[in-house]
Design a protein around this ligand. Structure first.
Ligand SMILES: *Cc1c(COP(=O)(O)O)cnc(C)c1O
Length: 401
């Protein structure tokens, strides 16, 4: 089992991963690979990153004992890993700071990124401003129309936003446009990957930069309870907050790992983003992994109430963890996520991101079935202020905000 989930020297986790990119980019990926593997063990680079994480991003994030939820659900003890308290309000900053520093060490001056709802674009624009780099973000026209506030946030931070009008004008088209832009201009440009996806070594970099979540959790829980958690739960879009939450526990066989995918209106409908439950092996975004696609390998449109979870695939390490049964992936519907959004707000006084509420919804189901001496850690990947108006709309109230 172990062998099929560990990264091999060709960049595969079992059968998933690899580099499926135009020939012109092979050289560049090779350079990134070499530079990253040097920096990974370079104490000066690690110090630079740790300093930014602490003093700019507000780490370590709290591990909070959710006493009210624990009492109410009447089973396992529930701890929340508070990535929502980071600067910019989500876990994305951990990864963006790391990759931007790698880009800087490679002598790059220009960051490009693709974004769906705009959250990764905003995080990238933030760090580009901080490090004095230029930034261009590609976003499907459907999304630039729907997410005008995030477009303005990126512009405010000094980034240029390109509205992509090819294909169906959504995230998958923005991915293709960003790949093309990168292939046409590698000299000064770094493609900053937004999740644990893309060609090798991006999934490894994102795993490493997000693993700060589980490393802190392990230390914080040991200090409070002198034990490992019995279960770790996190939501899965491309899989970066989940892989970061799982990373330091993958080799601890007593820790159950659970990823909550967006089932949208239900896995028996077309309006879903439950990749691992419903998808099949294919190639997209420079990697071999599991995708929602038709029989010709065309990527399907995906849907979830949560903009951060409607990615049509999942990172290769998650595909391998699922295949090896080391992690379980469960679908959570819009209804269940909205219910969890209201539940955690009323129980704990925390407005959590609708993405994170997919994980909270699973905790609501599983905690009552577990013993009181067991511990669940649930990652709150982000804060939910951004979701208030769309949740209200979902409930039939249309605010003009
Ligand atoms: C982007 C985002 C996600 C989904 O991305 P992953 O790579 O799967 O972590 C989840 N939660 C929040 C708050 C996000 O912004």
């Amino acid at each position: 089992m172990k062998n099929s989930i560990k990264l091999d020297k060709n960049g595969y986790y079992g059968e998933f991963g690899g580099k499926y990119i135009p020939e012109t980019l092979m050289n560049e990926l090779e350079k990134i690979d070499q530079a990253y593997h040097h920096l990974k063990t370079d104490p000066k680079f690690q110090e630079e990153l740790t300093d930014l994480l602490r003093n700019y991003a507000n780490r370590p994030s709290l591990l909070y004992y959710a006493k009210n939820m624990t009492d109410d659900l009447g089973g396992a003890q529930i701890y929340l890993k508070r990535e929502d308290l980071n600067h910019t309000g989500a876990h994305k900053i951990n990864n963006v700071l790391g990759q931007a520093l790698v880009a800087k060490h490679l002598g790059k001056t220009r960051l490009i990124a693709e974004t769906g709802a705009g959250q990764h674009g905003v995080a990238t624009a933030t760090v580009a401003a901080l490090l004095g780099m230029s930034c261009e973000v590609f976003m499907g026209k459907e999304d630039t129309d729907r997410q005008r506030l995030n477009v303005y946030r990126m512009e405010l931070l000094g980034a240029k936003v390109h509205s992509v009008t090819s294909g169906s004008m959504v995230l998958k088209d923005a991915v293709n446009a960003t790949m093309q832009e990168w292939a046409s201009r590698v000299d000064d440009t770094f493609y900053l990957m937004g999740s644990a996806v893309g060609p090798y070594p991006f999934p490894e970099m994102v795993h490493d930069f997000q693993s700060v979540i589980s490393k802190e959790t392990k230390i914080q829980l040991a200090a409070q309870k002198h034990q490992l958690p019995d279960m770790v739960v996190a939501c899965v879009g491309g899989g970066s907050n989940a892989i970061g939450s799982f990373a330091d526990f993958i080799d601890d066989p007593t820790v159950q790992l659970v990823g909550a995918e967006a089932a949208g209106r239900g896995i028996d409908t077309k309006d879903t983003a439950a990749t691992i439950e419903l998808g099949s092996t294919g190639i997209f975004h420079g990697m071999k992994s599991i995708f929602l696609q038709d029989e010709n390998g065309q990527i399907n449109p995906v849907y979830s109430i949560s903009a951060g979870l409607d990615y049509p695939g999942v990172g290769p390490e998650h595909s391998a963890l699922a295949k090896a049964n080391r992690a379980q992936y469960v679908g959570i519907t819009d209804d269940e996520a909205v219910n969890a959004f209201e539940y955690i707000a009323k129980q704990e006084g925390i407005i959590a991101a609708i993405e994170s509420c997919h994980a909270v919804a699973y905790v609501q189901k599983i905690a009552p079935k577990m013993r009181k001496d067991q511990i669940i850690v649930c990652t709150l990947s982000g804060r939910g202020d951004k979701d208030v108006s769309s949740v209200l709309k979902y409930k039939g109230v249309d605010l003009d905000v």
